[in-house]
Structure formats: C-alpha cells, structure tokens
Design a protein around this ligand. Structure first.
Ligand code: IVH
Length: 717
C-alpha cells in the first residue's frame, strides 16, 4: 500500500486528496479483482482486500460525487468473505420483556409508576407501534455518513454486515436534514414483505433451491450472506424504531426521536402512535391486530415504550430488557395434529425430558414435528404446580392434539381431543431408568420446600454419557466457549471416540493429536486445513471472560445473568473458586456473602456451592483452569466514586424509590447488599432507619443520607 494518505481518517482528507486516493484505490482494486477472479491467484490476503474495499466505500460515502463510474464498490463478483467480522456495540442492543394480556400491560404501567414514585393519576405517556418480526440491526452514521452496520448478535457483540446493509434501498447511505449529530446509531428491523417472500420462494423453487420457511428466515438468510451481491438480489426492507450511541439527542421524547429518524430519511412505521395514558395503548393494540392480515409483513405484537426519555434513563434495564418498554404479544397460533410418539431426552443436568414426536404440521408458517412435554407430571396431565394445562388429560400415543407456537418459543401441546382417542390407547409409562446409561431415574425432594421435584433425573452423574455429552455441548455453545468448528455434532463424535471426555480435553487435543497414530486430519470429514483451523480456534479461547467461563461450566440455575453476577462479585476465578468451596459451611462468612449478593437467591447459591463441593467437579474445573485463563469482567463504570463499593440502603428514601436507588448504584458499578456487614462501604440512611444504621455506626461504616448520596455521585448519572 502506498501512502501516508491512507493512514489518515477519511474525515480529515481534503477533496483533492480524496480524489487522488480514490483513483489510486480504483486501479489497485481492479488489479486485485483480476488476479483473484481472472487468474485465481490473489495478490493479497482477503483481510487486506476487505480493508481496501472498505476504505474505498468510506471515501465514496463522504464524497459521493467523486465516485468513479467503474467503482469497485459496484462490481459484481466481489471476493467473498470467509466470515463476518465482529462489531462491539457502543450501547448494548437489548431485547424486550413480554406482556400476554391486558393485565400484564396494567402491571407494566404500575411497575413504572412505583419505580419512578409517580401517583396513579400522574401523567405517564407511551408510544405504541407494531413489533416487526424480522431481525434487528444497528446502523452507525458518522457526520451523517453510514460507516458500520451490525447485527444484534448477543446484544454486546454483533456481526459486521455493512456491505449487505448498503444494498437495502430504503436505508440511506447519508442522512438528510440539518443539525445531524456527529454520531448517530439508528436501530430497527430488517424484514421481508409477504409478497416479496412469496416471489423469492418461487424463484428459489424454479432454480431447484431450498425454500424459506417464513419471511423472517428469508430475511435472516439474505442478510447473513457473505456475498453482498446475493443480499442485493433479495428484497429487504427496514423500519427504524430506536437508537444506540448518539453524540447529541435531538428530542426529549420517544415520539420526537422517531420523528427525527423519519426526517433523516428512514422509513418509520406508520402505525406508531403516542398515547397519553396506558388506557389508550390497548385501543392501538386492537386496531393494529385488526389490520394484521393486510399489513403485508409479519408482526407478532405491539411494543409500548415510555415516551419521556428522562424517565427511560431513570428506569434503565433489568438483565437484558429495558424497564420502560414491553412487547404485548398476539395470541399464539394453533394447529391440530397427531402425537406419534414420546421420546425421552437426557439433558446436561440429568433431567429426563419427554418430547412429543408429532406428525409434521404447519403452524404460523413453520413446520413443527416436536413439542416439549416438560416432565412426567405434564404428560400425565396432573401438574405438580397445579397448572391447568390440558385440564388434567393424560397424553397417549396416537392422540389428536392441539399445539401452539408463539414466536421463537418451543411449541407446546395445549389440548387433547378425547373424542378421537382410540379405546385401546395406553397411558404412557415414564421410565424409571435413564435411557442413556440405565441408571436409576429419581425425583428429588426439595430440601427447602419438602415438595417432590417435577423433574426426574438420572442418578448416573459422570458415568452417564448423555449428561457428559450435553455438558460438553453446552460448554462449546455460542454464549459459552463458542469454538468455531466445534459444534454439537463434532462434540458427539469426539466423545464417542474417546477423544474429548471433559472440557479440559478440548485444550489438550492438539498435543495429543500430534502424538497420535490416527491423526484428526486423516479422519472422515476432516483434512489438514480444517484440523488446523480447529486447533487454532481452540487456542483462541485459551483466554476467555470470566462470566463466560462460569456459564460454560453448566452449573444448574447458573445462566448467563447469574454467571455475570458471580464474575462481577468475585472478580477472579481463584477468588470465586475459594469462596464457593468455603461457602460449603453454612455458618461461614463466605456463605453469608454469597446469599447477600444481589440477584443471587438461595437456590442459585446452593447450586453453585453444591457444584464446587463435588470432588470430581473440582478436578474438572481445575484441569480446565490449567489450560484456560479466565479474564476478569470489566465493571460497568470503574471511574465512578462508588464503583466496586458495597452499598446498603435503609430507611425511607424520598427522592427515588428503593428499586431506582438500587438500579442507579449498580449502574455506577456499586454492589447493593441487603444487610450491613464488615464489608459494607456505605450506608445510605433515610428517615426511620433502625438496626442497620446502628450496626453501621457501631462498625464504623460510612453513613450518609439521600442528599449525601446524590452529592457523592454528582455528575455521574
Ligand atoms: S425496541 C430497547 N421496537 O423485538 C428496546 N423492538 O423482542 C429495543 N422489535 O430485539 C427494541 N419491532 O429486534 C423495538 N417496534 C419495535 C420492534 C422491536 C421488533 C424486535 C427487536 C428486538 C426484539 C425484542
């Protein structure tokens, strides 16, 4: 690459400089395209080539009038990428909580009022708009020019789909209007209209290709094409409805912001309405529901959002959903079919789960052939929690059943037609032995409640191959170690062949393979390149965020959120391990600290401690820790004056609700505890504070009042 020019930001170039660079880049790219396509002999790596192309695009975006007539950006047959690059979202992309009926919506309103300390008659306005059934994308504009577009991914990190997004005609390459903030991140939904979906499937069929199950899958498949030319041939559309990183906010309300998005050149949904009070949102819901069939695209509910943005900021979010928004879902779609059989699957924690094998049937555009049956009680129709599913009818093979499917949720059986049951249909007998290892399957008695657990579990533990394999699959899953080239299928095969029996084995695979007579590269389905890639992908995960490491262990009840909480609380793997081992003693301080951790309840705490008190689990974890370095989680904000501090709130708070206080402290990186201990750093005491205040004073903990709290965190919110 020639030139100092290219090291400079596109924003800093003069027009003359940009013209010179575009000319040079044009020639260079032409040469590379010829070498690659014409002679099959690339001169540079794919990554370097992509870099040149992106630079070219960025220059063209800033100086559209300088774009060459034969620009490489428009050339068909661009070099396909191997995979998408990762993009870290500056502001996480959240998901939405659901409401299923009017009551849930009323509770949503009440919850918000409680949190904000608003009376029942205080003004609280909402917006209501369709929930588009597509895929969300985040589009970043700098100085009005589209620079990066990304998928949602796991909410924190998405995939770079800029080239594909540029092919969607309703997405502006440059924003129109005046007073556009320097940084604008627009978020919204990429979707495919019904008509376009039908035409696309016709085309696919005509070419002997596979058809898509529904418009959403078609949109997803089209957007995640490595070759943007294919995306360009797919009729995708985009509704803008939210934003991420913004250098300035042009409005103080949700409705105002959406109006700005429209002014800047985005398509916004015409059904969006501002409602003065929660009572009005239901009318919008019904009218959108009534129009659902004629909209021309799939929607699966109506989203309500608090209109005032200052309220949104105060409300913040819980786990991965904002407190200020909710998706009011449409009722699930139903269909009738035959129950052909009941299979028993064994999960990673040994749970025996019955699965309905259904005669394939289409529900809401998707072919369904399995449905979850949860547990033994559910199949018998006698719910241990008193749930009135199927009104107590037991399920028998051969039954005619009604199934329902809501969104991405696993389909469920909701009714049995007893009038169609054969006279000789036999009740299903749930096995007493694990189908994978033959060990006894037992239903535990919950120590805390004395109730019999609804779930039957295999008692085989480590000897049960199903559990071991499921644990390994969980270990390499996307939200856990996410090792490229090592998916469920490979894990099963490696386990069967005795190559990977526990997580640590993954990381010794390369060394063992080098000494082995039967090399991986010689195995069926593998070659030198794929084997090498796998070893490299494994090596890439030799350091991993502590929260993912914890999640990957597959401890019961420890999902992503709890794993994050534990990672944040203990900071390092060694601290976590030592604390959880010590917490085995219920009298210990370690146990008291663990249960005092916000978000960690009794059940989770017990599960964590139980896991770490099993010798064989410790052996597995320690072997793994020898191979892998867990990296401490970055705290939300380590610059705030309360970051890392343990704070307790007590007494009556007057300027914020208790929930808001807690959420605020956590946002600033503090940990909120329920009781005062030696470890407490700050006690925020309102009027009427009692024993906690006394204990804090006795043990020399810093005590402040609500005003003192606001003074302390001033400027941080
Ligand atoms: S707002 C902070 N509005 O639904 C909240 N989401 O279930 C951000 N979606 O990931 C989302 N239509 O992909 C919002 N009008 C709408 C939406 C919408 C569809 C999707 C979006 C989100 C998912 C959450």
């Amino acid at each position: 690459m020639s030139g100092t020019l290219r090291d400079r930001s596109v924003d800093d170039l003069t027009e003359d400089e940009a013209r010179a660079e575009l000319d040079a880049l044009g020639q260079e790219l032409l040469q590379h395209d010829e070498a690659y396509h014409g002679q099959d002999a690339p001169l540079i790596s794919d990554a370097d080539y992509d870099h040149l192309k992106r630079r070219n695009l960025a220059l063209e975006a800033r100086f559209p009038h300088l774009k060459l007539a034969d620009s490489a950006s428009d050339r068909v047959g661009a070099r396909p990428q191997e995979k998408f690059e990762k993009v870290q979202h500056a502001v996480p992309m959240l998901s939405l909580d659901n409401a299923f009926d009017d009551e849930d919506v009323a509770e949503f309103d009440q919850r918000i009022r409680r949190f904000l300390g608003l009376d029942a008659d205080a003004d609280l306005a909402f917006t209501a708009e369709p929930k588009i059934d597509g895929l969300s994308a985040s589009l970043r504009y700098e100085k009005g020019v589209l620079t990066v577009a990304a998928t949602r991914g796991d909410g924190a990190v998405g995939e770079n789909i800029t080239a594909n997004i540029r092919t969607i005609s309703s997405i502006p390459q440059t924003l129109s209007g005046s007073d556009i903030p320097d940084v604008v991140e627009v978020r919204g939904e990429v979707y495919m209209a019904h008509e376009d979906f039908a035409a696309l499937n016709d085309r696919m069929l005509a070419h002997g290709g596979k058809v898509f199950a529904n418009p959403r899958n078609a949109a997803a498949g089209s957007l995640r094409q490595l070759n943007p030319d294919i995306t360009a041939s797919r009729p995708l559309q985009f509704f803008a409805y939210a934003w991420g990183d913004m250098s300035a906010m042009p409005s103080e309300t949700q409705a105002g912001m959406v109006a700005c998005l429209a002014e800047w050149g985005f398509t916004v949904n015409p059904y969006l309405q501002r409602c003065g009070a929660v009572g009005d949102v239901l009318a919008v819901y019904r009218s959108i529901e009534a129009d659902r069939a004629v909209l021309g695209y799939d929607i699966d509910g109506v989203v309500y959002k608090v209109d005032r943005l200052d309220y949104q900021a105060r409300l913040g979010f819980v786990s991965r959903s904002p407190r200020w928004a909710i998706a009011h879902k449409f009722p699930a779609e139903k269909a009738t079919t035959i129950l052909d059989g009941i299979d028993i699957q064994v999960g990673r924690t040994g749970a025996l789960t019955p699965v309905a094998k259904l005669r394939p049937v289409t529900v809401g555009g998707v072919v369904v052939s399995n449905a979850t049956l949860h547990n033994e009680d559910y199949v018998r129709g006698v719910g241990s929690n008193g749930e009135s599913i199927r009104e107590g009818k037991d399920l028998r093979v051969g039954d005619t059943v009604t199934i329902q499917r809501a969104g991405d949720v696993i389909p469920q059986i909701v009714d049995v037609d007893l009038s169609k049951r054969a006279d000789d249909a036999e009740a299903f007998v749930f096995p007493d032995a694990c189908p994978a290892c033959g060990s006894h399957a037992i239903r535990d008695v919950n120590e805390a409640t004395g109730k019999v657990d609804a779930v039957k579990r295999c008692s085989g533990g480590l000897i049960c191959p199903a559990q071991a394999v499921e644990r390994l699959k969980h270990f390499v899953a996307r939200n856990a170690f996410d090792i490229e080239g090592l998916g469920a299928r490979q894990v099963e095969a490696f386990y069967r062949d005795g190559l990977i029996m526990n997580p640590a084995d993954i990381f010794t695979l390369r060394d063992r393979d080098a000494r082995s007579l039967k090399r991986l590269k010689d195995r069926e389905g593998w070659g030198p390149k794929s084997a090498g890639n796998l070893f490299d992908a494994i090596d890439e995960r030799r350091s991993i965020d502590l929260n993912r490491f914890i999640f990957a262990l597959g401890i019961r009840h420890i999902g992503e959120t709890n794993a994050k909480t534990l990672a944040r609380t203990y900071g390092s793997f060694d601290m976590l391990r030592d604390a959880l081992v010590a917490a085995h003693d219920p009298e210990s301080e370690a146990w008291a600290d663990l249960v005092a951790t916000d978000g960690i309840g009794d059940i989770v705490a017990r599960a964590a401690v139980e896991f770490f008190s099993e010798v064989h689990n410790l052996a597995i974890v320690d072997a793994l820790a020898e191979q892998v370095t867990p990296l401490p989680l970055e705290t939300v904000s380590d610059s705030s004056p309360v970051a890392g501090k343990i704070v307790v709130f007590t007494g009556k708070l007057e300027q914020m609700s208790r929930d808001e206080a807690k959420a605020m402290a956590e946002r600033l990186g503090a940990k909120v505890a329920g009781s005062v201990s030696k470890k407490t750093d700050i006690l925020v005491a309102g009027p009427g504070a009692g024993s906690k205040l006394k204990k804090a004073q006795d043990s020399g903990v810093q005590v402040i009042d609500e005003n003192g709290w606001f003074a302390l965190i001033e400027g941080e919110q």
